[in-house]
Design a protein around this ligand. Structure first.
Ligand SMILES: N[C@@H](CCC(=O)N[C@@H](CS)C(=O)NCC(=O)O)C(=O)O
Length: 411
């Protein structure tokens, strides 16, 4: 391997996150003994510099020097490159082995029904920003609907297709339409007048350079993001807003099922909810093969569970069902094609397909599903997967047709 080979590897690593730095040293100015024997790329971390990392999959800058051993004793001049940092979109959340690795959410405050809490529950104070396309955001909206919180918590929907969030910058993400008519189903931001979800993150944290995801739960009083993690948001909607809920008796996380719900959630998260993304965003065959195997094994398991009971945790609808539904409703229309989850269609699973219809037909849920937004987002926002942004015509399933899940009512 000569210096040019190393340089090529380094450039590839920086550009795609795939591969390995040949060797890393903390003090590039003083090459070590090993460095003198074989060519190395030595890096040192510089203070994080968002501007230096623009357009790269990493956001921390590095100083990089490549040395070659005697007799050549050549070195390639130092450059600043970004390395190893939070991604700014899901398409960049990639490990060296080509597998998709979702980064953790960053805002994790909790709203409490305790009036003295930092974020006390109140009607009209909090606002939920979502995209219909996003399964994580949709589960929050589903909770809001099932609990009947529409009058207490406002909702704004972004445009489905990711757009450039700032002139002259590389970042693509969720944006709001400029008028109610621009994109049916999406609205301008009525609270902050933001042009994009990114602007909300920047309002909350000036200079923010991480991922700008939905859902966003916004506090109008403190003018900040309370929480951007759907699994937290659904818990708050379930238990902390009871006073303001039209359907206060609806408990999607009942105490006696909590253990079971957690167990099912963790199983379906890895293999199904995030599993479809692991299939779709994989950049190498092996992680894709593994993700597909896990996904369909898990679907088979759910199919079996649903052959003896109406819902995943028994005979009542719970959080686990809302989580699974958010993935299943997108399955045949998007994941089978776009994410290559095509071992089987959902509609070939008798129980899962009827179960999906059953939940779709539960009060309020159909309002949380906008298939036009869902398809437009996935097929048009990931040019590395679908470069021409063509939206496939089918299959156009009708989830309003009769299902057979009532058979479990008498049990
Ligand atoms: N852990 C988060 C994940 C949310 C998430 O990944 N949202 C995606 C849409 S499906 C997003 O907004 N991505 C923005 C981006 O990747 O730039 C949650 O469950 O709330």
């Amino acid at each position: 391997m000569d210096l040019d080979d190393i340089w090529r590897d380094v450039r590839r690593y920086v550009r795609t996150g795939v591969g390995r730095m040949p060797q890393e040293r903390k003090s590039p100015e003083k090459p070590t003994h090993a460095a003198r024997r074989s060519p190395v790329a030595a890096i040192s971390l510089l203070p994080s510099s968002p501007s230096a990392s623009k357009g790269f999959p990493f956001s921390q800058s590095c100083k990089l020097v490549c040395f070659s051993p005697p007799p050549e004793r050549r070195s390639i001049s130092c450059v600043c490159i970004p390395k190893m940092a939070p991604a700014t979109t899901a398409l960049q959340e990639m490990s060296n082995d080509g597998a998709f690795r979702r980064t953790a959410s960053t805002f994790r405050n909790f709203i409490s029904r305790d009036p003295s809490a930092e974020f006390p529950a109140a009607a009209g104070r909090y606002h939920l920003y979502i995209s219909y396309a996003c399964p994580w955001a949709s589960r929050c909206y589903a909770f809001l609907k099932l609990k009947g919180l529409e009058d207490a918590i406002g909702v704004t929907v972004t445009k489905p297709k990711w757009e450039r969030t700032r002139e002259g910058e590389e970042h693509f993400g969720w944006v709001f339409p400029s008028s109610e008519d621009e994109e049916p189903g999406a609205q301008p931001d009525p609270i902050n007048g933001a042009k994009s979800i990114r602007e909300l993150y920047e309002l909350a944290v000036p200079g923010y350079s991480g991922k700008c995801s939905v859902p966003v739960l916004w506090d109008k009083v403190k003018r900040t993001i309370v929480n951007n993690e759907s699994s937290d948001i659904v818990q708050m909607f379930n238990s902390e807003f009871v006073e303001f809920a039209k359907h206060s008796n609806c408990d999607l996380i009942p105490a006696h099922l909590k253990g079971k719900i957690d167990e099912v959630n963790s199983f379906i998260y890895d293999s199904i909810n995030n599993g479809v993304y692991r299939c779709g965003f994989a950049k190498q065959q092996k992680p894709y093969d593994e993700a597909v195997e896990e996904l369909f094994n898990a679907l088979d398991k759910c199919e079996e569970i649903l052959s003896t009971q109406r819902y995943l945790c028994g005979h009542v609808l719970t959080e686990s069902d809302i989580r699974l539904f958010a993935t299943l409703i997108r399955f045949d229309e998007v994941y089978v094609v776009h994410f290559k989850c095509n071992r089987r269609n959902l509609r070939e699973y008798h129980n899962l397909f009827n179960y999906t219809k059953d939940i779709y037909q539960s009060t309020g849920i159909a309002d949380t599903v906008n298939m036009y937004h869902i398809k437009k987002h996935y097929y048009c926002s990931h040019p590395s997967i679908n470069p021409f942004g063509i939206i496939p015509v089918g299959p156009g399933l009708d989830y309003t047709t009769p299902h057979d899940r009532d058979k479990f009512r008498s049990h």
